[in-house]
Write a protein that binds this ligand. Structure first.
Ligand code: 3DU
Length: 211
């Protein structure tokens, strides 16, 4: 069974809540990030909390340890269950995010390799492998790996073993749902669901990976 995670990159608080509510029966978690929080405020977390689904904060935290700590404390105090952080800032900064997450009974996921074409400019030449290794040694709960490059996901799986891999890039970015679902623990889908005429029907279609 592979989880289906809805990425809610919409700007309107009410629309976000409506989509999440209609899709809730077909998904395992909701991921939100800067677009929604900056335009609608942290109050969206309260709106979504009633769904009873884990809420993932995709803030790709990437700062010095002290600032990472402050960001992650704010994230978990707001009611999120997990945070996504960058690893390229180094072990001390990553460990801080993991510590804060675990102190709150939450989870921290580290971006190992991104899914867009430009990602290969820097996430290449073994960098993603090193970030995945860092995620393991920092006791992070898992990594983010690109659905657009299943071969890379397989390679990163060798490094992280049974740790969670969440994978964005399906649909709008060109990744194939069924191919990547076999390789990861959760697939993150945004536009293909929330831009559909009927997001709930689309979420149900994607939810075949949960069986
Ligand atoms: O392409 P979609 O609309 O399905 O959205 C994918 C989401 O996942 C979006 O929030 C994006 O910021 C996030 N994400 C990636 O797409 C790729 C990454 O490597 C990391 C996060």
């Amino acid at each position: 069974m592979t989880e289906l995670i809805l990425s809610l990159d919409v700007l309107d608080r009410k629309w976000a809540a409506r989509i999440a509510e209609s899709c809730a029966p077909f998904i395992d978690a909701v991921k939100i990030g800067y677009p929604l929080v900056l335009s609608a405020g942290l109050g969206v977390v309260e709106d979504l909390a009633g769904l009873g689904l884990p809420l993932i904060a995709d803030f790709k935290v990437a700062d010095i340890p002290n600032t990472n700590r402050l960001i992650c404390e704010a994230v978990f105090s707001a009611g999120f269950d997990a945070v996504i952080a960058h690893g390229f800032v180094g072990a001390d900064a990553v460990r801080t995010c993991v510590e804060v997450a675990h102190n709150h009974g939450g989870a921290a996921y580290i971006v190992a390799e991104m899914s867009h074409p430009g990602a290969t400019e820097f996430f290449h030449g073994g960098v993603a492998e090193r970030l995945a290794t860092l995620a393991v040694s920092s006791r992070a709960d898992g990594i983010i790996a690109p659905a657009t490059r299943p071969d890379r996901v397989s390679r990163l799986r060798e490094i992280v073993g049974k740790k969670t891999i969440y994978s964005p890039g399906v649909g709008a970015q060109g990744g194939d749902l069924d191919t990547v679902a076999r390789l990861v623990d959760g697939v993150i889908v945004g536009r293909s669901i929330y831009e559909a005429e009927d997001p709930a029907t689309e979420a149900e279609r994607f939810s075949r990976i949960r069986r």
